[in-house]
Design a protein around this ligand. Structure first.
Ligand code: MCN
Ligand code: MOS
Length: 760
């Protein structure tokens, strides 16, 4: 491109364009190397063995036959003396998903707990030997089901939310509705199961690990192995889905690390699909008692909410079911408690919108029930109780385009034609129902760093340890830098997912896009300034001693604005100034942040800024509209169409964002109709621990899904105006489907999933 052309071309802004995924081609060509696809010389293969009882101790384990099996390098159990040190969990302000340390004692706390590790020359040999291990147990009574009288709910004081005088206000309300709403154990089920490769060299450890958070994983591994974090490198350039379960590194990775140290060989350990159901937990079972009180005209008077989630016997995962209830509607009185029930289960963990997801399920079904009790349109009831400010924090929203979401979603769906009465639409033997729900997800923020390198050949490289888990981080960071440096985004390389790169927080809590675009934007501005300074201060540069303000820059050149022919390319400028590269490094920390703060942001959640920081309350919002068809004879439910209208603030890449929202809606359909861990109450065994029996939504379950973007840039929420995307799409979907099923059949299903048996 000639200089004059570069100048006159009105450049399309990269941020906001529906660019294809930068990693898309690599992925479809099989060139994106996932963690365990790495091949190292002299690699050994490990297989974990899991317990077959839910509670007790190991009386004896016969490992002799396994040991003598061909190709076996080692068989480890609790007698082997493999030392794994405790690591801080999420709940303790650390980054480990579980406190559990495998093979440290003879205790068995859940069915499917790791109890032995077999390492061999090949995977087949390890698998065969693992089957030869014989274990005898001493069983103890297990608490498998929350209904067990020995299961005692424990109140989490920090999760009590209260204002006004909710209990009397509920009793005095003209109209009251309420019920119990439950969600079962659900499993993240990413296509790529967990697995890792641990490789020690001279006291330093490299771990290839599919991770949403390499900084957190490095921290936990350094605690497990009792070595400096600088000695640990975690690499995770591609992740085949996580949906939360790769947010915290899981205990099997500790086994790979210790075994590799013992054997002085790289060890690859992959969990089998069934093992992914008990090596880490999905979303816990939740139970919510929710009551709404309102006046005859539909004005909410009180919300009373009591909930619990199951968690492990000696471990804590909180699924705050009151994440949405205090936020969505203006109610003058509110009371909510959340409790934990400890069971013999693997510790549950994050799964897309932990907290917001079940919370919105109960609240949004209850609102539908209230609307029917008042003979009001469900959307009108929501508008009647629209929260003009954050009802809990009592501060303004940073932005809330929820009215627009209701309006545009309803218009696109044709909601105004919905008859109020259930069972009033049908197509032959199919009962048709229309339902809707609202959704929300907070804008979480953690500071981070970024680096951009300009190489001698003019190549630009954006670097961050933040991860792209299939979301689009690679793409949007190139777009961000492209807009500042005025080059094509496709010409920028982005390096991610490696602890050698600048520190970044977890790709969790739907925060990473906003954080990293903010950091990269700042870094690109810094690089731009460095280039301009270099151009005017390098004696051999054609722009020497020009005023910096008179310079323009685009397409890898700098020139004098009113004399475009006086120009120099980036690479020429580096050569003339004797630099082999130029590195800009910036961050989004407060200027007072210490090195310790920076490490904490990279490896704990303690630096996360709550959505109410800064005097405004920042959240994404949505309205979901669904049509279902329920077969009158068989009770089968099909979602026929769904419209989601979303406010995620400014959208950096509409194509990827649509894909995220749709992904959430798809997962919501699975949650509403299919997903349920079937736990055998006798022995705590998960009877459907595979993808043939644990059903997730597949293409044939998914109808036409429409998304509408109703957001506007929100610079109070984040630097570049975006809000949360990744988890928003699932919130409210199951409620909208349940409400549609009620509208079709007159049956109110408060227990997920909505299966045939519940409808017949
Ligand atoms: N985006 C955008 N504009 C914004 C915000 C986001 O264009 N204002 C787009 C970008 O393409 C960005 C993506 O949305 O890459 C997600 O951004 P964000 O909401 O910040 O979410 P994170 O990058 O933090 O990703 C984590 C989030 C979570 S917490 C879960 S759970 C989840 C989700 O992403 N897991 C996923 N989406 C997933 N998608 C895939 N394919 N796989 C998973 O495991
Ligand atoms: Mo998402 S469940 O916060 O990784």
């Amino acid at each position: 491109m000639s200089m004059t052309e570069a100048q006159t071309t009105t450049r399309k802004q990269a941020l906001g364009s529906p660019l294809d995924r930068a990693d898309g081609r690599l992925k479809i060509q099989g060139l994106a190397t996932y963690a365990i696809e790495k091949s190292l010389e002299n690699m050994a293969y490990a297989v974990v063995v899991q317990s077959t009882i839910p509670h007790g101790r190991i009386r004896s384990m016969n490992i002799e036959r396994a040991r003598q099996s061909p190709g076996i390098l080692a068989v480890y159990n609790h007698h082997s003396g493999l030392i794994i040190h405790p690591a801080k969990t999420f709940g303790q302000g650390g980054a480990a998903a579980q406190a559990f340390l495998p093979l440290q004692d003879d205790k068995v706390l859940w069915n499917g707990q790791h109890i032995a590790l077999v390492v061999a020359e090949t995977l087949e040999q390890a698998t065969e030997a693992a089957a030869l291990i014989e274990t005898e147990y001493e069983q103890q009574a297990a608490i498998v089901h929350p209904d067990n009288p020995d299961a005692r709910p424990e109140t989490v004081d920090a999760l009590t939310i209260e204002w006004g005088d909710a209990v009397p206000a509920l009793a005095q309300a003209e109209v009251q509705i309420g019920g119990v709403y439950t969600t079962p154990r659900e499993y993240n089920s990413p296509i790529e199961p967990h697995g890792c490769i641990a490789h020690w060299q001279d006291g330093s450890l490299t771990l290839w690990e599919p991770s949403q958070w390499v900084g957190g994983a490095r921290q936990v591994v350094s605690e497990w192995m009792a070595i400096d974090r600088e000695k640990v490198r975690v690499i995770s350039p591609y992740v085949g889905g996580g949906f939360g379960c790769k947010g915290g590194i899981q205990p099997h990775s500790a086994l790979a690390c210790v075994a590799a140290r013992e054997l002085k060989r790289p060890v690859k350990l992959a969990l089998t699909r069934p093992q992914t159901f008990t090596a880490f937990g999905g979303r816990p079972r939740t139970h919510q008692q929710l009551a709404l009180g309102a006046s005859r005209d539909g004005t909410l008077q009180s919300i009373v909410h009591d909930s619990w989630n199951e968690t492990a016997l000696n471990d804590v995962h909180k699924e705050p079911c009151n994440a949405v209830t205090p936020l969505m509607y203006a109610s003058p009185n509110f009371l909510s408690h959340h409790k934990l029930i400890h069971l013999n289960t693997v510790n549950p963990s994050w799964m897309r919108a932990p907290g917001e997801n079940p919370s919105a399920f109960a609240l949004e079904v209850a609102m539908d029930e209230l609307a029917w009790a008042l003979k009001m349109d469900p959307l009108a009831l929501r508008l009647k109780n629209y929260a003009e400010q954050d009802p809990q924090a009592k501060i303004p929203w940073s932005s809330r385009q929820l009215r627009e979401a209701y309006q545009q979603g309803a218009d696109a769906f044709g909601w105004s034609k919905r008859p109020l009465e259930p069972r009033s639409l049908r197509e032959g033997r199919q009962l048709i129902g229309w339902g809707m729900a609202s959704g929300t997800y907070p804008v979480r923020r953690t500071p981070g760093e970024a680096q951009i390198v300009l190489y001698a050949d003019g190549r630009l490289e954006v670097q961050s340890s933040g991860v792209d888990i299939g979301t689009g981080t690679y793409t949007i960071l190139a777009q961000t830098a492209a807009d500042v440096l005025l080059v094509a985004p496709e010409s920028i390389t982005v390096l991610l997912g490696d602890t050698l790169l600048p520190r970044a927080p977890v790709a969790g809590g739907s925060q990473l896009a906003n954080l990293l675009t903010g950091a990269v934007h700042k870094t690109a501005l810094a690089l731009r300034d460095m280039l301009i300074t270099l151009a005017v201060s390098t004696e051999k540069s054609p722009l020497w001693q020009q005023s910096p303000a008179a310079l323009a820059l685009a397409d890898g050149f700098l020139w004098l604005s009113d004399k475009p022919n006086l120009r120099v390319s980036f690479s020429e400028l580096l050569r003339l100034s004797g630099n082999d590269k130029l590195i800009a490094h910036q961050d989004t920390f407060a200027t007072t942040a210490s090195e310790d703060d920076r490490n904490k942001a990279d490896s704990t959640s303690s630096m996360m800024v709550p959505p109410t920081e800064g005097g405004v309350s920042a959240h994404s919002w949505s309205a979901i509209f669904v049509e279902v068809a329920v077969d009158e004879d068989f009770g089968t439910v099909r979602v026929k169409r769904m419209v989601g209208a979303f406010d995620s603030g400014r959208i950096y890449n509409p194509k990827l964002t649509e894909s995220q929202w749709i992904g959430g809606m798809v997962m919501g359909i699975g949650q509403a109709l299919l997903e349920e861990g079937a736990i055998d109450d006798r022995d705590g065994r998960i009877t459907n621990a595979n993808l043939a029996d644990y059903l997730v939504a597949v293409n044939a379950d998914i109808p036409e899904l429409t998304t509408i973007d109703v957001g506007k840039p929100d610079y109070l929420a984040t630097v570049l105006g975006g809000k949360a995307v990744g988890e928003l799409g699932i919130v409210g979907v199951a409620a909208a489907i349940s409400n549609a099923v009620w509208h079709a059949t007159g049956k109110r299903i408060r227990d997920l999933p909505i299966t045939q048996d519940k409808l017949l």
